[in-house]
Ligand binder design. Sequence first.
Ligand code: ATP
Length: 265
Amino acid sequence: MSKSEKHIVLKTENLSIGYQTKKQQTIIASSINLSVEKGKFIALLGKNGIGKSTLLRTLSKVQKPLEGSIKINQKELSTYTNQELSTSLSLVLTERLPLSQLTVFELIALGRQPYTNWIDKLSPNDLKKILWAIEETEITHLKDKRFYELSDGQLQRVLIARALAQDTEIIILDEPTAHLDIHHTFKVFSLLKKLVEKTGKTIIISTHEINLAIQLADEFILLTEKEIHSGTSKELINQNAFEKLFPKELISFNKTLEQFIIKKN
Ligand SMILES: Nc1ncnc2c1ncn2[C@@H]1O[C@H](COP(=O)(O)OP(=O)(O)OP(=O)(O)O)[C@@H](O)[C@H]1O
């Protein structure tokens, strides 16, 4: 991939990710060299337990890299204050939030916290962004519900709305369609794609919806045990990279269909 430096919003060099305890270091992946361009919809793919969440948490400064550099807009991630980072990058995790009395509207309004102090201090611009996020994610009918009343799929859309309200250049989502039915899975993918096209935001998602991602994402990061591949679907198909994601006995990658299909005996 040849990319002009000024369009790169996120860059990693010789990055190692994993877990460090007093006693030992566990490296999950190393030599990660990625360049993510502004205004791209990127899908991070890989089998269960390969390190997708670990990578996304490291890129969002939730956990420290073991080695190497991460830059957001040419500035080292470790030098970002929490305040600076929260106006540049938002992270959407699938974990359940602690129980509280917040309504959906209030939860989404929290996305404006980097810009405002608290809910009574919402400016007309804050309110505009919140209502836009609610409308884009099609959750107007949920806005007065307490968030503990939501189904997993509804909560997922609400958390995406909160990230939209946060209005950052980069949005990172860890398995945003984990609990969704096929209809809502497609809706979330289409929404994310539309947002990238409409707003020029960079969106990075981890997903197991590979066949759908291949149709909609602009570029891919493939984590495998031996190596990391990145590029467009065409580039990765030419490198036979998708085939390396999973063991071959049950499914195979069909290059013509650009899809994984079940192997028939
Ligand atoms: N807090 C932790 N401490 C130590 N090891 C961890 C921790 N969290 C995850 N791991 C390990 O790191 C590896 C990568 O896990 P990770 O959750 O990043 O994978 P993943 O690709 O997101 O998986 P999945 O697709 O199943 O969600 C796994 O072997 C996991 O057991």
